[in-house]
Design a protein around this ligand. Sequence first.
Ligand SMILES: [Zn+2]
Ligand SMILES: [Zn+2]
Length: 172
Amino acid sequence: MFIDVSQIRKSPGQSYHFDLTEAIVPLAVGNDEIHFRAPVKVSMDIKNTGKVLDFSGNLQADTELICSRCLEVYAFHLDTDFKEQFCHESDVEAVTGEGLDTADMYIFDANRIKLDDLLNEIILLGIPMRCVCNDNCKGLCAVCGANLNDKNCNCIKEDIDPRLGVLKKYFD
Ligand SMILES: [Zn+2]
Ligand SMILES: [Zn+2]
């Protein structure tokens, strides 16, 4: 998704509001993917502070994550605020001269800003490091791979990685 900032760049001190809805392709995270049940909603203001554009707003996404304990897919609603800065390539020198650090800013080189990287970063930062479907999730039996949230098995528990239990289930 692109946003046209030509008018904003001409208007120091001004703020513009945007409401965006964007369908996002599944995002890769390590070996997993985050899927989206609905388009992501973004409500944000872009303020021209002189040479830097301040982006601030809120992002909402209905995602599907995989529980690290029971390996089931579960719904996770992400509701997160963000603040990011964008600087046009031709302004980097002036901004640095003013003593600002552009290392943490997104640099763009036209009058259209591609929002994909920004949205992906906000989503990845907002997703829990350790995904659990429910704090009380009992996970999988390490022996037979049964989902212990659904049923109890009679296995004698040994100290095995639960993911190996899942594999074992396929071989039985
Ligand atoms: Zn779970
Ligand atoms: Zn079992």
